[in-house]
Write a protein that binds this ligand. Sequence first.
Ligand SMILES: Cc1cc2nc3c(=O)[nH]c(=O)nc-3n(C[C@H](O)[C@H](O)[C@H](O)COP(=O)(O)OP(=O)(O)OC[C@H]3O[C@@H](n4cnc5c(N)ncnc54)[C@H](O)[C@@H]3O)c2cc1C
Length: 457
Amino acid sequence: MIDAFAAILDGPGVLTGADIGPRYTNTRGHGVAGTPLCVLRPKSTIEVSHILKLCHDVGQAVVPQGGMSGLVGGGAPLGGEVVISLERMNAIEEFDADGRTLSVQSGVVLQTAHEYCEERGFMLPLDLGARGSATIGGVISTNAGGVRVIRYGMMRESVLGLEAVLPDGTILSSMNKMLKNNAGYDLKHLFIGSEGTLGIVTRAVCRLRPKPRTVNTAFVGINDFADVVAFLGYLESVLGGELGSFEVMWQGYDAFVRERCPSLRPPLKAGYGFYVLIETLGNQPDSDQGKLEQILADALERGLVADAALAQSDQQRAAFWAIRENAGEGFRTLGPMVSFDVSMPIKSMGTFGERITASLFQQYPGSTCLVLGHMGDGNLHVVAAVGSGTAEDKERVNDTVYSVIRDLGGSVSAEHGIGTEKKDYLSWSRSPPEIALMQTLKRAIDPKGILNPGKIF
Ligand SMILES: Cc1cc2nc3c(=O)[nH]c(=O)nc-3n(C[C@H](O)[C@H](O)[C@H](O)COP(=O)(O)OP(=O)(O)OC[C@H]3O[C@@H](n4cnc5c(N)ncnc54)[C@H](O)[C@@H]3O)c2cc1C
């Protein structure tokens, strides 16, 4: 079979044995990877099609991979699969300024696409911490979210068309460039967020937006959760759609940053109940900063916020974002951790934070529970470290957090997907009829079950 793959691929596209580097089995601590049969690195859609046809004929399992930055083990081989890495399919094919579209192969790295668009006065709005390694195919297949969802939506909102190869090798080219196209089912949505279980995304047409001329960033301290919610409502009402990010960090996270992350410099004093990083994206260089300053002064006067710092330079802006995104040095001191990506109605978030913290403390005195996230999108991340990494304790921590989510009518996965990590909890957020229809779709498109088996279900 390896020889047959080598005959399909152009150049050094087949890796076996010791040549399979750690990149292809890196789970980032989420699940355990097995050894794949081989890694294939195609350069074109037709090569992907030929590989899949061959695998389909003999019932060979396949795992698609992008930048391997996923956080639920979705791209990790479980053992014996053919890995198809899209890393060499990294061509930017067409930029259309009038239609505001960018057509790419799916292995283009998100940051490369960002830089390409920004040089031309546009932006691909989806942005996240893994921008340097995540690929367009990966962010489509996970329907990634990130730090601009409140303004521009998740990746789904930035995909106009795509091309995917079905498990039997059929090429489904749906490279639509229009905002409107209601001619029957919009099939692209089958592949957005389905984590490589229904098809391999090989190309895409991304929707671009004009690059904002101004970016203003502030760090705000607030005492009560009710005021955080009121502040978000206030900003949305006065900013007229310019709010780009609304990231909230609970007090425990701020204390953790001060204690365990010496390279980070919080701009406000310690002790507020919540810290909020807000960013506005505007088009009035002469007045946007002054406008945000005035809005913050009004919020202070109304008692909605207790303190605020407005970034005065790009360096300060980066330092504010580092507090939200770069706490890795602190995480590494925590020992075994369980991390969560959950969503719930915004009004329930205060209760969620209180309930999970109290419950984990009761079960594991001295444990650490950090809560932060994209609150404007109803999405929180939790990092729990209870001093033990056993499977039993991990399950107990998962059950603790997800049972609160279930009570609040939330989702066990806001943006990272299910992969292998959250399979046991899919039914805590989706009803039996919903899961049955997902499985019916999977069987219809992949009757032999060769594409990313063992993921989601
Ligand atoms: C530091 C950091 C910050 C992050 N922040 C965020 C965040 O804010 N928001 C967020 O949503 N995610 C975030 N993530 C998670 C991750 O970046 C996203 O899930 C991203 O979309 C994965 O892209 P990737 O190319 O690395 O895909 P991979 O990890 O390679 O794959 C992810 C899934 O997609 C499938 N897949 C990949 N490419 C294809 C393809 N071409 N066709 C079909 N299936 C494919 C894989 O099989 C797998 O199931 C973060 C990760 C890190 C490490």
